[in-house]
Design a protein around this ligand. Structure first.
Ligand SMILES: NC(=O)c1ccc[n+]([C@@H]2O[C@H](COP(=O)([O-])OP(=O)(O)OC[C@H]3O[C@@H](n4cnc5c(N)ncnc54)[C@H](OP(=O)(O)O)[C@@H]3O)[C@@H](O)[C@H]2O)c1
Length: 353
């Protein structure tokens, strides 16, 4: 392998883990060695990186010897258990889980929004919730047009946001339901059911626990993390998160309320056209706007349906879609690592715990 950094992926067999492998190749991330880690269940499985076959190892506290960058995407409890060991071993951690996002010591970074927090000092960077990242890439550029007072967001979240098992569940359940509609005999047993409700030809409120205020965990993460990332602790946000039977990429309906009069459509369009990580898809004539199928596999967040909210003089509305496995997870993490490399972060000189 080329000269570069020693890199580990924790959760290498997962939906996000797979994207890391592809992105490292695509972006020519400077890798000297790559260690693929997952649960004991996957030990001995293989994955390919730049034509080389790599064997999956079990992620354990002693897995990080000599590692420069550890990318975590194996769930919050694994991050809580293993991130301190990775930092202790000298690695810089970029964590996709929710474990450290709200820790005041940990920068919660969307490079296009608050990349200035990549400071050359932190040992752990948290990648925000995927729905929040997609939202903020599209909303942040509008802050130059006026003070944002309130956001109202409704989401249409895909199966891939729940990981590989949920994607399988949607595919198999859809095949099963189509078979049933056509009167065909059921094809084999359905795979393990992760979601609490029928998924094919259905949609339901996000499948995370609901808190005392009636908001589910996903909605609460969007609220809290958006406030932290934008550094607007008082920002008013109302979010409704819904799981829809789309395989990949999340969509969101967003209404943005400004402190004064709303900017014009032209101003919004102009600000978004200059914004990094944003692509405007807004063709009224052909009725073509952001769609998950257009966003899948893309690094940019697609923004369209840009219009004044005619029910409120201070508000504008838009519809956005983004690939949450990429910009909402792996790509955002790799971008943070690239920024760390660019600021010349000193390695192995500070401890996180
Ligand atoms: N999916 C998304 O869009 C998205 C977006 C942002 C953040 N995230 C976060 O990224 C993480 C992974 O999500 P995902 O969608 O990739 O999930 P996934 O497809 O279910 O993959 C989970 C990964 O975690 C590994 N894992 C599970 N238990 C483990 C253990 N005890 N020790 C070591 N590794 C273990 C799995 O390994 P085995 O194959 O061996 O079980 C697998 O590689 C989660 O924290 C999630 O919240 C996901």
């Amino acid at each position: 392998m080329a000269i570069g950094f020693n890199v580990a992926i924790v959760g290498a067999t997962g939906a996000v883990g797979n994207e890391f492998l592809r992105l490292f190749e695509e972006r020519n991330f400077p890798i000297a060695s790559l260690r693929l880690l997952a649960s004991a269940r996957s030990v001995g499985q293989t994955a390919t990186y730049k034509g080389e076959t790599l064997t999956i190892q079990e992620a354990k506290p002693d897995s990080f010897e000599g590692i420069d960058f550890a990318f975590f995407s194996a769930g919050a409890s694994r991050s809580r258990n293993l991130v301190p060991a990775a930092v202790e071993a000298g690695a810089i951690v970029i964590d996709n889980s929710s474990a450290f996002r709200m820790d005041p010591r940990v920068p919660l970074v969307v490079p296009e929004v608050n990349g200035n927090l990549v400071d050359g000092i932190s040992r752990v960077y948290a990648v925000p919730n995927c729905t929040a990242i997609i939202l903020l890439v599209a909303v942040n550029p509008l802050r130059e047009l006026g003070e944002i007072e309130r956001l109202v967001v409704s989401t249409y979240q895909s199966a891939s946001g729940g990981g590989a098992k949920v994607m399988n569940e949607l595919i198999e359940e859809t095949a099963h339901e189509i078979g049933a509609l056509r009167g065909l005999p059921a094809e084999g047993a359905k795979s393990e059911k992760v979601l609490p409700h029928p998924y094919a030809f259905n949609l339901f409120s996000h499948n995370t626990p609901v808190n005392e205020f009636g908001y589910n965990e996903e909605e609460w993460k969007v609220i809290e993390e958006s406030r932290k990332i934008l550094d607007l602790p008082e920002l008013r946000i109302n979010v409704t998160c819904v799981r829809v039977p789309v395989l990949r990429a999340h969509s969101e309906s967003v209404t943005i309320e400004f402190a004064g009069e709303a900017p014009s459509e032209e101003q919004v369009r102009e600000a978004l056209s200059r914004a990094p990580g944003v692509r405007i898809v807004d063709d009224r004539e052909s009725n073509t706007f952001p769609m998950p199928i257009l966003a899948s596999g893309q690094g940019d967040v697609l923004v369209g349906r840009i219009r004044k909210d005619l029910s409120h003089p201070s508000a504008i509305s838009m519809f956005i879609a983004g690939d949450q496995l990429l910009k909402g997870a792996a790509l955002n993490a790799v971008q943070i690592a690239e920024m760390v490399i660019n600021v010349g972060q000193p390695y192995r000189d500070e401890q996180f715990v």
